[in-house]
Design a protein around this ligand. Structure first.
Ligand SMILES: [Zn+2]
Ligand SMILES: [Zn+2]
Length: 313
């Protein structure tokens, strides 16, 4: 089984669970309190938007399971290259609020300038959201560059605003997969997300299953091989280490072939959307440790380079 269903949680439970995890982080790492305050503000906006989208209707998509299965078999994530209509009027107001939260939470003028550009139409919100859905880092970087905006922050803003939609889209496409699509998902054995093509934020290990969790749409999938998720290295160049000997439940997979790392944590259950970002912040010490040793996280995979991305049309 490569695709793992994560049941959508109920909002009060989600918040309760989130608050408990945030409290635990601040108890051991009081220095992370400002980062957690910002994460809380952003997560509330994401949850709220998620609730709005769940009540609405997903756009009609002409993506037959057979077509998606064929795409997956070629190693192409299902959303890549598809002209999927986005509910721009629903996503834009929360996106502006996310900019404001980021400005308040430490990003300051860099976030305020993005908010102004989006509100004033210097950047068309629909273009940013679409580029983010298509994971087109080049378009967003160029757009930021030409307007004197922070490319990383612009990428983050688009990603945050579109994440509830792409999560719902992923659930709609894969949630009741059967037949060929279900078989193609079972055979998905890549390091990148079968829905959107992003790299995982972390691997969450539950009951011995190393489940990769997409940093964008929160998809969950498992590989049948134990290898570097970025370059498939299997030799002794790829190792899993626990930087903190007292906490062997938290590890990093590091690869000397591609100089990249992935965080791996043992958990009782997979984090429901959008709580995966909490797993990420809970393990910032692992990022530090990996980076101190010269490992990094690779750029977004170039999905346009994947063969047959737009097999249809
Ligand atoms: Zn994804
Ligand atoms: Zn590697």
């Amino acid at each position: 089984m490569s695709y793992v269903q994560v049941s959508p949680g109920i909002r009060p439970d989600l918040l309760h669970s989130a608050e408990g995890r945030w409290r635990a982080i601040v108890e051991t790492r009081p220095d992370l309190a400002p980062a957690i305050d910002l994460q809380r503000a952003l997560l509330l906006l994401v949850l709220d938007l998620s609730g709005t989208l769940e009540q609405g209707r997903m756009p009609r998509l002409s993506l037959p399971p057979k077509y998606l299965a064929a795409k997956l078999a070629r190693g192409v994530p299902v959303i890549a290259g598809e002209p999927i209509p986005l509910p721009v009027p629903i996503l834009t107001p929360p996106m502006l609020e996310m900019c404001a939260a980021l400005a308040e939470g430490g990003a300051g003028d860099a976030a305020r300038h993005i908010r102004e550009a989006l509100a004033g139409g210097t950047i068309e919100p629909g273009s940013l959201l679409t580029a983010s859905l298509m994971r087109d880092q080049n378009v967003i970087r160029m757009g930021a560059f030409h307007r004197g905006l922070s490319p990383d922050l612009l990428w983050l803003v688009g990603e945050l605003a579109v994440s509830p939609f792409v999560h719902l889209l992923q659930r709609t496409l894969f949630g009741n997969a059967s037949g060929e699509l279900s078989a193609a998902l079972d055979q998905w054995n890549r390091g990148y997300c079968p829905a959107c093509g992003s790299w995982p934020a972390v691997a969450e290990v539950v009951g011995g299953h190393r489940t990769l969790r997409c940093s964008f749409c929160s998809s969950a999938w498992e590989r049948t091989i134990y290898a570097c998720i970025y370059c498939d290295e299997k030799s002794e160049k790829f190792v899993t280490a626990a930087p903190d000997q007292e906490r062997k439940d938290r590890r990093i997979e590091v690869c000397a072939n591609c100089s990249s790392y992935l965080k791996t944590v043992d958990l009782r259950e997979l984090s429901p959307f959008p709580l995966l970002s909490i797993t990420d912040i809970e393990t910032t010490d692992l990022d530090m440790s990996a980076m101190e040793h010269g490992y990094g996280r690779p750029a977004m995979k170039d999905l346009k380079a994947l063969k047959g991305q737009r097999a249809k049309g």
